[in-house]
Design a protein around this ligand. Structure first.
Ligand code: ATP
Ligand code: MG
Length: 748
């Protein structure tokens, strides 16, 4: 009698094309599926997992599949379960959650306790701010956001705090290094890791303990990785370790969709796959099953402008479909209204789900307003998600503190939340003692209380807090949701919200109730407090994505891997998309790939919208925005005729090389991306050698010093062909227009 699983597998293979099948049935050795968007790469992975289990080639627990988000992992798991007719699916997770699993059982080998805490970006910034305060550095000179990005970039380039961060020397580089070191020792003291550390320490663990690496490589004999083009150096090292005893690696990706360079993703990982994994079978998929012919042609035309790519053929058997609508609005409000009207009209015809994609989060506001005016329900991905809400983070911090009082990050968050009379002065004293003695804040409380240097009132408050933590720890043996309830009650947190009585406080209380419900569900499934904390820490923006939502708003980055019948790509303007930062750095290729990702999310209909003027940071863009160069790259024959686009689009000379984005004119810090050790170095050397104030320091309103004219107030900052032109009012001397390259104004 035929094996029923085999029959299942035969039908599962029947729904694949011959190249996909080839990737599925090649069950040993390295396989790279390199293919364009919508060609069924993710589907190939799902089916390969089902095939491996169904054919009895591997047990479920011998397979590890890595996806980019928890949400994608959940979906893949569900899909495999369906294909396997209810059998247990294998482990499908993100790199980060896999790392947490490994470290929970082996953390002592890299110097941490197994119940280490996980710090998110918000925690990181708070710690960096405090570290800077402690070191006496000004936060406007070393903004936490910049430090966090630099440190993350360094870690993703495998540069540690012990090593020379850069080849440069100088006070600025020194200060950053000092912050990096203090930050890292603070984490260590707190028995905590940030997201980058999760991967970094797992790599370290594997590299320094070959036996452990082999154990995991033996356990997971089949490794499958989706979105391989977005792996960074540490993730790549992790993959190398996991394949140290076998080479059964199936990686799928598309070099044209590499969009995380700013997080250290290295497009080279996919480009040199064959060199890294000798004997690799490279399979190309060329048939696109997602989009209409026109959408596919347009997206391919745009991405073909890039030089750094392998190039590939994409075709579809589907119909050419509708023309792409390009809409030019007078301003962002009109653009939003246009999108909302189109969505309204589509929804009334029963067409959904629809997605509005944009480059930068701030763009959502006007679109949201326009949708609300038409009473259209929508889902926003990347707003303040549940686990990022203040009250939820506070509650989690209480749990973390109860479990591990040495977790400085968590303790800092709740020590005076709600207000219990532990002000900044007391806290600074505590922090200083902790840094001087090299101990945790929790242990420093003991010391500060003994020393009696603080005012009696402050000491009493600290003492009450210490007793509170002790009492919270006593509840830890209770079921998870009861621990949470008890702690929220005894800490005075609930009472403080109830006392406030505002609508906002009421909403916060509801969120906490919801958190207790989540905890109860976890408890019912036998999960521990640590499991629950991991779950909360590893949620990402995209985990809020709801497949059933009829309208979704999200950034282009978040749209990776998804598909929608109708897609709007809003804000196709030079400076906004491509982003002014990338234009300034001469790296537009990644932006173009992002455009390709966005366009290829559309199945049936694609809209590209652009607004001639836009208010940014409360200012008008002050002129006519130029249409994105990407719009010019779409062949005219594919776009809808008769739009106003035709009349006012002029090809920007030299692809808008001289264009300055309003964001840069507004005087905000012209952010940069650092995706390699080299660029970190470049950034630092620029800062060192600069001796000139950054944009932010000479914004309108700032006080500056001129060698001859003395102090003055900046009235206006413009960028012209000769660089920055600054208008300054000098008391007693009047108004002067100066070229910064000569005047060398310094911020005071
Ligand atoms: P992306 O590059 O955006 O991640 P992808 O290559 O992973 O895309 P999938 O999401 O796996 O592509 O597939 C795109 C769409 O095509 C899905 O709706 C999928 O179900 C469908 N599809 C893929 N392969 C086939 C096939 N052989 N027959 C029919 N439909 C298919
Ligand atoms: Mg995919």
């Amino acid at each position: 009698m035929a094996n029923p699983q085999s029959i299942l597998n035969r039908s599962c293979l029947a729904s694949l094309n011959s190249q996909q099948k080839e990737a599925v049935i090649r069950t040993t050795g390295p396989v790279l599926v390199l293919a364009g968007a919508g060609t069924g790469k993710t589907r190939t992975i799902t089916h390969k997992i089902a095939y491996l289990v169904g054919e009895g080639i591997s047990a479920s627990d011998g397979i590890l599949a890595v996806t980019f988000t928890n949400k994608a992992a959940e979906e893949m798991r569900a899909r495999v379960e369906q294909l396997l007719d209810g059998q247990d699916p294998p482990l499908v997770c993100t790199f980060h959650s896999f790392a947490v699993r490994v470290l929970r059982s082996h953390a002592p080998l890299v110097g941490f306790q197994s119940d280490f805490s996980i710090c998110d970006t918000d925690d990181q910034r708070k710690m960096l701010t405090q570290v800077c305060r402690d070191l006496g550095y000004r936060s406007d000179e070393l903004p936490a956001r910049m430090l966090q990005r630099l440190i993350s970039r360094a870690k993703n380039c495998r540069i540690g705090p012990e090593a020379q961060l850069t080849g440069e020397s100088g006070p600025f580089a020194e200060r950053i290094l000092k912050v990096f070191r203090s930050y890292q020792s603070l984490l260590k003291k707190s028995n905590a890791m940030d997201f980058d550390d999760l991967i970094g320490f797992t790599v370290k663990l594997f590299q320094e303990n070959r036996a452990v690496a082999e154990e995991f490589s033996h356990r997971f004999r089949h490794l499958l990785i989706d979105e391989y083009q977005d792996t960074n150096a540490p993730q790549y090292e992790l993959i190398r370790s996991l394949t140290c005893v076998h080479q059964n690696l199936t990686a799928v990706g598309d070099e044209d969709q590499s969009i995380y360079g700013f997080r250290g993703a290295d497009i080279e990982n996919i480009l040199r796959f064959e060199a890294d994994f000798p004997g690799a079978k490279v399979i190309k998929l060329e048939e696109n099953y997602r989009s209409t012919g026109r959408i596919l042609e347009a997206a391919t035309a745009v991405v073909s402008t890039n030089v750094r790519r392998k190039g590939k053929v994409l075709w579809t058997e589907g119909a050419p479909g509708d023309l792409i609508t390009v809409y030019v609005a007078e301003d962002a409000g009109e653009e939003a209204r246009f999108i909302a009207r189109q969505i309204y009209e589509r929804l009334s015809r029963g067409i959904h789900p629809l997605a509005v994609l944009y480059r930068t989060n701030f763009q959502s506001r006007q679109i949201e307003e326009a949708l609300r005016r038409l009473d259209i329900d929508y889902r926003l991905v990347g707003g303040v998600s549940f686990y990022n809400r203040k009250e939820v983070k506070d509650a989690i911090a209480y749990l973390r503190t109860a479990l591990n009082p040495s977790d400085d990050v968590a303790l800092t968050r709740i020590i005076n939340e709600p207000n219990r009379g532990i002000g900044q002065v007391t806290f600074d004293a505590l922090f200083q003692t902790a840094s001087l003695e090299g101990i945790s804040l929790w242990n420093a409380i003991e010391l500060v209380l003994q020393k009696q240097t603080l005012a009696a009132r402050s000491r009493a408050a600290l003492d009450r807090f210490r007793n509170l933590v002790f009492s919270c720890r006593k509840h830890l043996a209770l079921p998870l949701h009861l621990v949470l309830e008890k702690i929220l009650g005894s800490s005075g947190y609930l009472q403080a919200l109830q006392d406030q009585g505002s609508d906002e406080a009421h909403d916060r209380l509801l969120n906490l109730k919801e958190l207790v419900t989540v905890a109860e569900e976890h408890a019912a499934q036998g999960r521990t407090l640590l499991d629950f904390l991991d779950h909360a820490a590893l949620r990402s923006d995209l985990d809020d994505f709801d497949q059933n939502a009829r309208v979704t708003l999200m950034t282009l980055h978040n749209a990776k891997g998804l598909e929608f019948p109708v897609v709007f790509l809003a804000g196709c303007e030079e400076g906004l998309f491509p982003h002014g930062r990338s234009v300034a750095e001469g790296d537009v290729e990644e932006e173009r790939r992002l455009c390709y990702v966005g366009m290829t999310r559309a199945q049936k209909k694609l809209y590209l919208t652009y607004s001639r003027s836009r208010r940014l940071f409360g200012r008008d863009s002050g002129g006519i925005n130029e249409p994105s160069r990407f719009l010019h790259e779409v062949p005219e024959s594919l776009t809808e005729v008769g739009t106003r686009f035709g009349s006012n689009l002029q090809r920007p000379p030299g692809a808008a090389a001289g264009y300055t984005h309003p964001m840069r004119r507004s005087g905000s810090y012209p952010g940069k991306t650092y995706d390699s050790a080299e660029s970190v170095r470049r950034f630092l050397s620029e800062r060192e050698g600069a001796g000139k104030p950054s944009f932010s320091e000479i914004a309108a309103g700032a006080i500056v010093m001129h060698d001859d004219f003395g102090k003055g107030r900046v009235l206006k900052v413009e960028e012209g062909s000769q660089g920055l032109k600054v208008t300054v009012q000098f008391p007693g001397l009047g108004i002067k227009k100066l070229l910064q390259s000569y005047a060398r104004l310094r911020a005071v």
